[in-house]
Design a protein around this ligand. Structure first.
Ligand SMILES: CC(=O)SCCNC(=O)CCNC(=O)[C@H](O)C(C)(C)COP(=O)(O)OP(=O)(O)OC[C@H]1O[C@@H](n2cnc3c(N)ncnc32)[C@H](O)[C@@H]1OP(=O)(O)O
Ligand SMILES: O=C([O-])CC(=O)C(=O)O
Length: 385
């Protein structure tokens, strides 16, 4: 029997050609293209096609795909009605998971994928993929209105995913800088090798569950604070610290209590996460655009990064993607509990790219365990216990 490795650390569980991480050098690439290049030159739509199909699309392929997404922005009446009955205090990630799994009731199931080792019905795969990716942002934006007791705003079918997300959130066409920043955020969050939520998606997908079940499993997994849910915790943590002058004593107390610092550390990276570097620059860009005034939250975050590098750098613990994304979204006026849902909007691209890659060569996940329970024993009737 092989050794048990908690958290499957370092255990290869699949083969994939979608993305690559060098955690010592802080490198992330999608399909061989450095993330920094994509963030600068690409769009979420183009990056999504790259993740799904493996190559940068032609102009025509990109236009067709973008149009297909736009044609799928509208959320069905029955889903909208169902969402009106959700408790308005419900967390956006719970809403999203429930709404996505409910969407599955409206579409054909995986009887379209009849052979467990085939991906023959590529039309089914592409249609479901487009449908889910297109609906994620409208669901999140609509919920913001529904939970506040307002009527949701209908999507605008001439806008990109990022523009339409902001439009449906705020009710007005977004400022180009905001739309660009949101688009870059979607690119940065779209994919990240075999993280916990992608693994959950692959486990669900390996049973030939529908893509709606696959994505709903992934959304639930992303929501936890050790994974995507950390971006919301970061802002709460910075508010708790309150000011840069409190950072050192706050960190020392946390470390003494053996508590984690949200947005710090990563299983793969032993240096600053390359996405955190880009998000950090985006916060600076936004601040500069607004006259250069650094607010307390950002200055506290900068100090926290410095103190953590001093106290935790020797363990390879540096800011991860969730550290600066929460700060950036706060600066953009997005409510804190929506941050992880925005992460899910973007990550739907990566989840579905992995789902598609796997169903072409599927084998059900069924690992083993090391049994540490009791030996066989006699059953004692209840009145004799
Ligand atoms: C999108 C994403 O999912 S990015 C990650 C988002 N999650 C967070 O920000 C939560 C905070 N971070 C963490 O909890 C962890 O760093 C994780 C879950 C991301 C990675 O966990 P693991 O790979 O299991 O790291 P592990 O727990 O083994 O950490 C190694 C060492 O660094 C320490 N460490 C790691 N992260 C942190 C942290 N955030 N704060 C304080 N110490 C930390 C650990 O205590 C451990 O120290 P030790 O060797 O003295 O025991
Ligand atoms: O890779 C991980 O473990 C977590 C992560 O950063 C991501 O999913 O983006």
């Amino acid at each position: 029997m092989s050794d048990f490795l908690p958290g499957l650390e370092g255990v290869p569980a699949t083969k994939s050609a979608i993305s690559f991480i060098d955690g010592e050098k802080g490198i992330l690439s999608y399909r061989g293209y450095p993330l920094e290049t994509l963030a600068e030159n690409s769009t979420f739509e183009e990056t999504t096609l790259l993740l799904l199909d493996g190559e940068l699309p032609t102009k025509k392929a990109l236009n067709d795909f973008s149009q297909q997404l736009k044609d799928n922005y509208r959320i069905k009446y029955h889903i909208r009605q169902m969402m009106r009955h959700f408790p308005h205090t419900g967390h956006p990630m719970d809403m999203l998971q429930t709404a996505v799994s409910s969407l599955g009731m409206f579409y054909p199931g995986t009887e379209c994928l009849t052979d467990a080792n085939s991906c023959e019905d590529l039309d089914y795969v592409r249609n479901m993929t487009v449908n889910i990716i297109a609906q994620m942002a409208p669901l999140v934006a609509m919920w913001e209105h529904i939970r506040n007791g307002w009527d949701p705003i209908n999507p605008k079918h001439d806008l990109s995913v990022a523009e339409n997300l902001l439009y449906m959130f705020n009710g007005e066409e977004p400022d180009p800088l905001m739309a660009k920043i949101m688009d870059v955020c979607l690119i940065l969050h779209a994919e990240h090798t075999l993280n916990a939520s992608t693994f959950a998606a692959l486990v669900a997908g390996s049973t030939l569950a529908t893509p709606y079940s696959v994505i709903s499993a992934a959304i639930g997994t992303l929501s936890g604070p050790l994974h995507g849910g950390a971006n919301q915790r970061v802002v709460g943590m910075l508010q708790e610290i309150g000011s840069p002058k409190n950072v050192e004593s706050w960190v020392d107390q946390k470390l003494k209590n053996k508590e984690v610092i949200w947005g710090m550390g990563h299983r793969e990276y032993k240096v600053k996460d390359p996405r955190a570097t880009i998000l950090h620059k985006l916060v600076e860009q936004l601040v500069a655009e607004r006259g250069g005034h650094l607010d307390d939250m950002f200055v506290t975050a900068l100090k926290l990064e410095e103190v953590c590098a001093d106290r935790l750098g020797h363990k390879g613990v540096y800011p991860n993607v969730d550290f600066y994304s929460g700060i950036l979204y706060s600066e953009m006026g997005i409510p804190e509990d929506e941050f992880t849902a925005l992460f899910a909007v973007a990550r739907s691209a990566g989840w579905l790219a992995h789902w598609r890659e796997q169903i072409c060569d599927n084998r059900i996940y069924r690992p083993t365990q090391i049994y540490v329970g009791s030996d066989m024993r006699d059953y004692t009737p209840i009145d004799q216990r």
